[in-house]
Design a protein around this ligand. Sequence first.
Ligand SMILES: NC(=O)c1ccc[n+]([C@@H]2O[C@H](COP(=O)([O-])OP(=O)(O)OC[C@H]3O[C@@H](n4cnc5c(N)ncnc54)[C@H](OP(=O)(O)O)[C@@H]3O)[C@@H](O)[C@H]2O)c1
Length: 294
Amino acid sequence: MSRTVLITGATGSVSGALMNALPGAGIRPRVLVRDASRARGLRERGAEVFAGDLGDARSLPPAFEGVHDLWLLTPNGPRAPEHSSNALWAARQAGVERVVRLSAIGAAYDAPNRSGRLHALSDQELERSGLRWTILRPHWFMQNLLNEAGDITATGTFALNMGAARIGMIDVRDVAGCAARVLLDDPGRHHGKVYTLTGPRPLTFDEAAGALSRVLGRPVSYLPVSDEAKRKTLLCHGVPLWIADMLEEYAQAYAGGWGDLATGTVATLLGRAPHDITAFARDHATAFTPPEPR
Ligand SMILES: NC(=O)c1ccc[n+]([C@@H]2O[C@H](COP(=O)([O-])OP(=O)(O)OC[C@H]3O[C@@H](n4cnc5c(N)ncnc54)[C@H](OP(=O)(O)O)[C@@H]3O)[C@@H](O)[C@H]2O)c1
């Protein structure tokens, strides 16, 4: 019997990659989206589409009816624990068997960033829910560099307040690959496991810039900037204050060496090495390349 998998966050980065990683047959994918009119592509790829908002518990029950497995991704923000709790409650009410939750690297009550502390609350709630569960804690996404694509394309530089941080950054496609692996395996197999997912090795942003330069065939360099300068840029681009504060907390932790780790978990789960920064740069080269003049 094929299992119905409810995917939250399907219009976003990780769950979008999860949709690509799931096979076309053998499971029934269902997506929860806030705006069903934005889910045409997901429907065309075979997903059943349900409208619902993780911040509105009353909107959730129809999407959870008949679901076997929940992929639970909550967007960053102060309401993340409420969103996760609403989804868990709806899952319990509907008799969902298993929840696979996207958490974050170093999630803990004493993490040096609010996102890590809030994820820890939701991780603990899931662990005590009585449902089968698996938690994925990925490191900093390589795809975050796509936020710098405009600057890289225009000036050949990108500015971050990460100092000389060395980070075990991971390609989102590997996070999605691990999520798919867990969801496709027998529900008991990964129950009670917390997987810390990283790329192949910790990298500095100078090294990331070097990989981009080699792949793009033009110089790209990293400009370390102050917290104040980065905050000003983020706020000017309309990033909410809570997110700017969260990013600053991460940057300070990373600049102090907090992210300097790599695990072999992706290779263990997927039976292959994780994508490295060169593969990321190659596969996203067009995003970092100025359009041809018309
Ligand atoms: N970036 C990193 O380096 C990193 C590292 C580790 C962990 N993480 C974790 O990754 C998660 C973010 O994943 P992502 O990058 O894939 O996010 P994303 O691309 O920003 O996508 C967020 C998704 O959440 C949906 N969403 C937003 N508010 C919602 C609501 N109230 N109800 C239902 N759906 C809602 C959005 O849908 P709409 O189309 O409705 O907007 C979108 O599909 C966070 O939990 C973060 O802590 C990030």
